[in-house]
Design a binder for this molecule. Sequence first.
Ligand code: UDP
Ligand code: MG
Length: 329
Amino acid sequence: MIKTGQTPRLTVVVPCYNEEPMLPTSARVLRDLMQQLMMRRQITVDSKILFVDDGSRDQTWALIEQLQHHDAVFTGLKFSRNYGQEAALMAGMQAAQQFSDLIITIDADLQDDPQLIPQMIEQARAGSDIVYGVRNDRSTDTWFKRSTAQGFYWIMRKLSVNLVPNHSDFRLMSRRAVSALMQYHEAKPFIRGIIPQLGFPTTKLFYKRQPRQAGTSKYPLRKMIHFALDGLLSFSTAPIRAVLYAGIGICGTTLIMLLWILVQHMRGVVVTGWSSIMLSVWFLGGFQLVAISIIGEYVGRIFTETKHRPRFIIQMDTYSAAFTQTTSL
Ligand code: UDP
Ligand code: MG
């Protein structure tokens, strides 16, 4: 939401991790778009593109420095090491909320259609604080990625965690929505789960997701599983409950089995059942390991949260410098 008649200052936050092959193209597309928006007075001329370099090991930061040398629309934040996409997004939004009316987050590979940005700004002008970019066509994702994502949304819905299906991190937020988000102090915020909890007037805009044009996905299977587990465990204690019910179920079944064995004994049938004993031992052993590890995951989470460590460490920040220098002139 922005005041009517006011031209908003926009910051586009772009998390970058080893995006050297893609960055020049993305930078050009985003800059051209920003220029058009500035010319049409849809955003102020001091609006910025903010690249957050998430500890890349390639030339990403050198490229960002080059870009900002040529055009003042580009600015950058550099992490001291790799902290993950969520941390990069939080850092970018945290910096941007001080200086911007509107903040848009978009991936560096432009798989999400940047041409949706003007419409997002229109929606903000019409009164929305949060505008979600939602993919209505995921045909460019692999079958595996699509089906695992579907499974994830299904489980989350069953656990009553409110997520916007097929929305990733392409969205617009007003300054007040971002400052509300910043009040969530968890060490590992699951942003896609928190934002729908914020409330505020919200809209969805649909687009077709494109394939990555250069570079590789930074989400191998291992990272996807981590992301899904983080989301699940930080929003719900239902898995612990499920284990409890399963435990009660198994104990009940064992009791029935015991009665049955007693009856058999009384009837003089001597059970030599090696297989049944082995099966129960293995099953119970496995089940106990699962139960303990689920509890362990929660305890681990409590451990990381109580340490109150910083979510990220910023090594360089040319974004805030851009504004503090111009205002002090
Ligand atoms: N990214 C990041 N830190 C990471 C992993 C990814 O900042 O540790 C960024 C990456 O540079 C990209 C965005 O997050 O801008 C999404 O990553 P990617 O496109 O590889 O994910 P996918 O589209 O395959 O899900
Ligand atoms: Mg991508």
